[in-house]
Design a binder for this molecule. Structure first.
Ligand SMILES: NC(=O)CC[C@H](N)C(=O)O
Length: 419
């Protein structure tokens, strides 16, 4: 019998939310305090990929799956060099993981990076609060155990939009990742907090990838003579990120462009579109999305709080939108998926832009294709770290766009499967 008692998990801790919710639990990870925006993630596996996803910078993540850390931390699954989120909220955390690849426990891993965790929390109740009140400011503390005091400090803390988190998580200088197998194209990838899984998928699609810092002038990127430019995922409020929409604008029309998540938002902003904050975002591994060009539904991995307002990109072109001249009055884009139409708007800067993907849970836009310049983007995560591989074909789509093909998006999902 193992008589060793691990006292590390016995620290008392509080979590306080801006709406007045305060829950008591036990600390794990680093002791101390974490202030940030609270969101919930519904993935059932993949906590290592989630805690190392740079898009969570500035956020506290509540895991709805009740047990966290069972298979430990491996040397292969991290999406960046260290945990990037501010805090972790869990129901039950495992300190004795079991997995042949395990190199460390989750609590030790996040402690090393100063990330504070709280467990023994009713994460279902907490998630219902976030669903009702929306993503909001919150704090975990193992030092301030007075609910009133912690709550008032949460209410006077900075909001996520007050800081450009992209600058915190991007790389310091360029690096090159070689294509797997035969090199088909050279891509410059703007690292706004780029997940390692995206770099790998681009390399697997035959791209030599030059990863560059987020604020690289577009002229410097073009001077590398790439075949295409990629704009990555990243943290925070997209309207607080300077430079990148300008870089998109310089590149659009000159070279093929692909964007994922924050990259999609940067491309929409470059086209003069607007961004809205969703109530509690999409953070999980089972969001159904319809590809309006093929009618296929992809089960997707997602992690975003903001979304593009599709009508803000332009007026509908009825002859390319099944004769429809008005955007759906309630803003629910599932009307287009039911009608099996991929509507097209006329954008003042870039001409025709097509809606290619729609979220079937809430009718928000998930993909855009520019018809008069070579560019497309998705709001979700085709690299799926963690998540299903249904959308991995989009990396092959980018390669085909760089080959000059028009039909690059309407490919069978099975052709793009992860190798
Ligand atoms: N994963 C991402 O790129 C997220 C984009 C942006 N920070 C959002 O929350 O919407």
């Amino acid at each position: 019998m193992n008589l060793l008692v691990n006292t590390e998990g016995c620290r008392e801790a509080l979590i306080a939310l801006e709406d007045g919710t305060v829950l008591r639990g036990r600390g794990f990870g680093a002791p101390g305090e974490a202030f940030g925006e609270i969101v919930f993630n519904t993935s059932m596996v993949g906590y290592q990929e989630i805690v190392t996803d740079p898009s969570y910078a500035g956020q506290i993540v509540t895991f709805t799956y009740p047990q966290l850390g069972n298979y430990g931390i491996t040397s292969t699954d991290a999406q960046s060099e260290r945990p990037r989120l501010r805090g972790v909220v869990a129901h039950d955390v495992c300190r004795t993981p079991s997995n042949w690849q395990c190199v460390q426990s989750l609590p030790d891993y996040i402690a090393q990076s100063g990330v504070v965790g709280i467990e023994d929390v009713d994460t279902r109740a907490l998630t219902l609060r976030i669903r009702e009140a929306g993503a909001m400011r919150a704090a975990i503390s193992t030092v301030d155990l007075d609910p009133k005091s912690l709550l008032s400090r949460v209410r006077s803390s900075a909001g996520i939009g007050d800081h450009n988190y992209v600058a915190d998580v991007s790389c310091d200088g360029p690096r090159v990742v070689h294509a797997r197998g035969e090199e088909r194209h050279h891509v410059v990838a703007y690292d706004c907090g780029m997940k390692e899984g995206i770099v790998e998928h681009l390399a697997q699609a035959g791209c030599e990838v030059t990863v560059v810092p987020w604020d690289t002038p577009a002229e410097d990127a073009l001077a590398l003579h790439p075949d295409g430019v990629f704009f990555s995922n990243g943290p925070g409020d997209p309207t607080s990120v300077p430079h990148v929409p300008d870089a998109v604008r310089t590149v659009l029309g000159k070279l093929p462009v692909f964007g994922i998540c924050l990259g999609n938002q940067m491309i929409a902003l470059a086209a003069g579109g607007s961004i809205q904050k969703l109530p509690y975002g999409h953070h999980g591994g089972n969001e159904p999305v319809m590809n309006l060009l093929t009618g296929r539904v992809e089960v997707t991995a997602q992690n975003h709080n903001y979304g593009v307002v599709f009508p803000s990109l332009g007026r509908l072109v009825p002859e390319l939108s099944g004769g429809v001249a008005e955007h759906p009055a309630d803003g629910d884009l599932r009307a287009w998926s039911r009608a099996r139409i991929a509507p097209v708007v006329r954008n003042e800067r870039y001409g025709r832009i097509r809606l290619t993907h729609v979220n079937l849970n809430d009718g928000t836009p998930e993909g855009l294709q520019f018809l008069d310049v070579p560019a497309f983007a998705v709001q979700y995560h085709p690299e799926a770290r963690p998540g299903p591989n249904d959308s991995a074909y989009l990396f092959e789509s980018f390669a085909r766009l760089m080959d000059g093909r028009d039909d690059y998006l309407a490919i069978d999902v099975r052709e793009g499967r992860c190798r």
